[in-house]
Design a protein around this ligand. Structure first.
Ligand code: HEC
Length: 116
């Protein structure tokens, strides 16, 4: 039998932990955002379940008028654009900085997808 293939199988199917542990790139977001379900929002809203939900829809969070009026839905492509340059995608948003590196954004979005 082919050991190489068996190893690859184990490596690609094993890690569910990877979905719950934040990637290093998320350090840039952690100062303002929590992700755990039910965790208190910080400067920014809690991001649990953010993938798929309408923008500015977390009850109780004091969003900017700009984000509320944006009518965006956070599918992965829209999230990617917002995180790349928040104030360009939504002029007037209170989120001051994003993440310019596309590979890091992809890691962050994959992590947020797993955080439901
Ligand atoms: C300095 C604080 C700060 C940092 C750092 C920050 N954010 Fe934000 N974020 C905010 C604020 C404030 C809002 C609400 C914006 C508004 O109401 O216009 C927000 C909103 C968001 C939203 C929209 C959530 C919703 O419920 O509609 C997403 C998604 C998001 N941030 C992701 C990120 C990611 C990913 C990073 C890291 C690359 C990050 N943020 C870094 C402060 C921050």
């Amino acid at each position: 039998m082919c050991l190489g293939a068996a190893t690859a199988f184990i490596v690609t199917t094993a890690p569910t932990a990877a979905q719950t542990a934040p990637p290093p790139a998320f350090a840039a977001c952690k100062a303002c955002h929590t992700v755990q379900k039910g965790a208190k929002s910080g400067v920014g809203p809690n991001l649990n379940g953010v993938v798929g939900r309408p923008a500015a829809s977390l009850p109780g969070f004091n969003y900017s008028a700009a984000l509320k009026a944006s009518k965006l839905r956070w599918d992965p492509a829209t999230l990617d654009q917002f995180i790349a340059a928040p104030t360009k995608k939504v002029p007037g948003t209170r989120m001051p900085i994003g993440m310019a590196d596309p590979a890091k954004r992809a890691a962050i979005i994959a992590y947020l997808k797993g955080a439901q």
